[in-house]
Design a protein around this ligand. Sequence first.
Ligand code: HEM
Length: 458
Amino acid sequence: TKPRPGTAKLPPGSLGLPVIGQSLGLLRAMRANAAERWVQDRVDRYGPVSKLSLFGAPTVLLTGPAANKFVFFSGALALQQPRSTQRILGERSILELTGADHKRIRGALAEFLKPDMLRLYVGKIEGEVRRHLDESWAGRATVTVMPLMKRLTFDIISLLLFGLERGAVRDALAGDFNHVMDGMWAVPVDLPFTVFRQSLKASASARRVIAGITRETKAKLERGEASRSSNLIACLLSLTHDAGATTHLSEEEIVDNSMVALIAGHDTSSILMTFMVRHLANDPDTLAAMVQEHDEIAKNKGDGEALTWDDLAKMKFTWRVALETLRLVPPIFGSFRRALEDVEFAGYLIPKGWQVFWAASVTHMDAAIFHDPAKFDPSRFKDQSSATAPPCSFVAFGGGPRICVGMEFARIETLVTMHHLVRRFRWKLCCKEDTFARDPMPSPLHGLPIQLENKSSH
Ligand code: HEM
């Protein structure tokens, strides 16, 4: 709601030191696996709405389902990215756009990421998974899960987005993206030898590759050698051709949003799968139930026969394990919005221009919503439609008009990967410590090295 002038007061809390504010405290806590605790401590001290200063701007921290709903649905708030992210991903990325522009780009991405389109890709995703497991997992005594999952999800997404098969171009793009990621949350100072400069250079190089692919795809579409469903670029270009001004995407928009999809589409899901592997190593009952689900599906198939869309629909328990993993370790800790005007929430004023920060963990660990919240219990997601969990309480994928547009895609690649993983291997953790650092994405100790054993029947 819009406050009446002079009525609402600022939330409790302190803005801390000039410029630095509480940023260093939060960053330190993130690296020490204590970010969730850090946010909870603030909530214990000041309540669910408090003010602080993060990354150079006055900020209101909001927690709880009602606050999440406000953040996701309020028209007075716009998505806000760090300046570094904006420079790297470009000004026409979906993350920078609001209103009709956001709707148009989101509609275009959703056109490619909708189930009807994704079902055409199950075979390609499975092909990548099988090849990765054959080449990088099978026959090894130990592997490090996190980097392997990152490369797997990168290869899957670049196949879907650009039709890029294995080879030098994909390797070069993967190399560029490692550097792109390094500077996403860096101080945006473009000077020689800074992480940020390196990241900008890598981003420029990746952009040239994507622009080249866009031109090639355009020519292929004109020659009838590609169709709308060939890959994301073909889909976006076809929208341009088909539907005129309302859905038209410029080349800059295609490149910027391919960059976003490539980053958003591989980092998060690789983290989910890595933490599933970690959790399953410590939870034999959950693992056994998952193995049973996948053995049941494989029982009715010939050797090497491809998974179908219907098979994926049967992997209900596995998806619950994924959701419970996302509840306990949400890859996206939270994110920022910016107040476009003075706005009021829960009796407090959020002044125009201030940041709003929402953190997933507080609601995910609220015992009033998730009974015994520290316990890993996939059965709590058994009936997602039940009225027991209020809306906007499970927020690993965000919510509202900006809810993750790649959620269904993440589900498919996770299910396909876990199917082959649990059927082919047993594993044990090399590091027993149950900890992780955030930078800002969570990563387990040493990237999660595991001892691997091939199951005899495979
Ligand atoms: C486990 C995997 C994933 C998680 C946990 C996740 C999480 C999220 C979250 C929390 C948001 C909302 C951020 C906010 O409101 O500030 C988001 C947005 C987004 N995600 Fe995902 N994501 C995942 C996978 C993917 C995949 C596979 C893709 C692409 C193929 C993708 C593309 C996007 C895009 C483009 C947005 C921005 C949507 C918009 O602003 O309208 N994500 N994601």
